[in-house]
Ligand binder design. Structure first.
Ligand SMILES: Cc1cc2nc3c(=O)[nH]c(=O)nc-3n(C[C@H](O)[C@H](O)[C@H](O)COP(=O)(O)OP(=O)(O)OC[C@H]3O[C@@H](n4cnc5c(N)ncnc54)[C@H](O)[C@@H]3O)c2cc1C
Length: 380
């Protein structure tokens, strides 16, 4: 079979870019990856990976490392914003990746990035860190790319996996810019208290959500979601004080988490944003995956899962097609768009119900979560 593509450039080495690189390089495609950041692509904090993300990670060959370094669990705790952090319910989570994988796994973002970069290199992809794509010029037969180190090369296909503010998306004129959803999140990585063995969420109190997720035997990331504010003027020590102040309203395991905050604990504050490219997800021989093409606030922790699924579907279609035909990129977006849309809309909806303080009887969060679980349970 004549391959659809012989050479591919992947712009960005996040989860989407690494997944595309691993799958294509392993099948014999010549893959270059450029990543603008100089070191590990993802700094600080943790990530909650749902079963459908774990299924793709297993297909990439990452499961032994991911399961060894992460912290798996099968239920979600709901706590009250009261003086004891009373556990209201322990809800079993759906194993959306299938019965052989846990429902959820938390891990450190740098650990996940390291695992995926190693696998990409092992598969034969040439990864250049600290190098950005800076110019694209395509014709019917290929794409000429210029890089920040002044090198140039021509490729059969460019995969734009360069995140929510995608340079690739803007450069090829695909029109969609992320919008704020009205919420902001404080995140800190801390030592894991012994009684933190799954994600517990507290709705209400001074924050919309106070939550945590174990990320390994010794680590946890804790987060507090508030109405978005301009927090840019705060010093690192002042940021810690804000987190400590907000966390003071939450108890149970939060008491130990709060105690472990120190003036030099790194704190991250991020606005929730969302977008979905409504038109084509490609332009000629340039195609978008992951946050470059859709993003959602992490209210149901599906962003990375959807990014991984994009790359798995794109690789599946490219590797199953004989000879170049732009239609393969149309079929990719057709297979992905509705699923990504449902996830994005559900993620935004949950946040909106909180912002609008919609009465519980009109905000069917459990029903929405069940619908998304049933959707993503089916492989992409
Ligand atoms: C606060 C917050 C919490 C989240 N929590 C979760 C969660 O718990 N679970 C979950 O599944 N998802 C979560 N998400 C979403 C998740 O982080 C993203 O969906 C996912 O990281 C997208 O991966 P990506 O590979 O598409 O993009 P990214 O991870 O953004 O990677 C893009 C890469 O491209 C690089 N790049 C950019 N421009 C260029 C260029 N010109 N040349 C070369 N490289 C370039 C960037 O440096 C970056 O490394 C969260 C998001 C936010 C904002």
């Amino acid at each position: 079979m004549t391959p659809a593509v012989r050479s591919v450039l992947v712009v960005g080495a996040g989860v989407a870019g690494c997944a595309a690189a691993i799958l294509l390089a392993r099948a014999g495609v010549e893959v270059d990856v450029v990543e603008a950041r100089p070191g590990t692509t993802d700094t600080g904090s943790g990530i909650t990976l749902q079963g459908n993300a774990l299924r793709v990670l297993r297909d990439l060959g990452a499961w032994p490392q991911v399961s060894a370094q992460g912290f798996a669990f099968d239920s979600l705790g709901l706590r009250a914003p009261d003086a004891h952090g009373t556990l209201l319910a322990e809800v079993p989570d759906v194993r959306t990746g299938g019965p052989d994988l846990p429902a959820t796994l938390g891990m450190s973002r740098p650990a996940l990035a390291g695992i995926l970069l190693d696998l990409a290199a092992e598969a034969g992809a040439k990864v250049r860190l600290g190098v950005a794509a800076t110019g694209l010029d395509q014709d019917a037969d290929g794409v000429d790319v210029t890089f920040s180190d002044a090198s140039t090369r021509r490729y059969d296909l460019v995969v734009g996996a360069d995140g929510i503010r995608s340079w690739t998306r803007r450069t090829v004129g695909i029109d969609a810019e992320p919008e704020g959803t009205g919420m902001g999140i404080w995140r800190v990585s801390l030592p894991r208290p012994a009684d933190v063995v799954r994600t517990d969420l507290t709705y209400g109190g001074p924050c919309h959500i106070a939550g945590y997720c174990p990320t390994g035997p010794d680590s946890v990331y804790a987060y507090l979601v508030e109405d978005v504010q301009d927090r840019s003027g705060l010093t690192p020590a002042e940021q810690v004080e804000v987190v400590r102040g907000l966390a003071a309203a939450y108890h149970g395991p939060w008491d130990a988490l709060r105690e472990s905050l120190s003036a030099d604990t790194p704190v991250n504050y991020t606005r929730f944003e969302t977008h979905l490219v409504e038109g084509p997800w490609h332009q000629g021989r340039v195609v978008l995956v992951g946050d470059a093409v859709h993003s959602c606030p992490p209210t149901i922790a599906q962003g990375a899962a959807q990014a991984l699924e994009d790359s798995a579907v794109l690789a599946d279609l490219l590797l199953g097609t004989s000879g170049w035909d732009e239609d393969v990129l149309v079929r990719y977006a057709d297979r992905r768009r509705d699923r990504a849309r449902q996830v994005v809309e559900a993620s935004v909806q949950i946040g909106r119900w909180m912002l609008d303080r919609t009465p519980r009887e009109q905000a069917d969060v459990p029903g929405l979560l069940r619908r998304i679980s049933s959707l993503v349970e089916v492989p992409a």
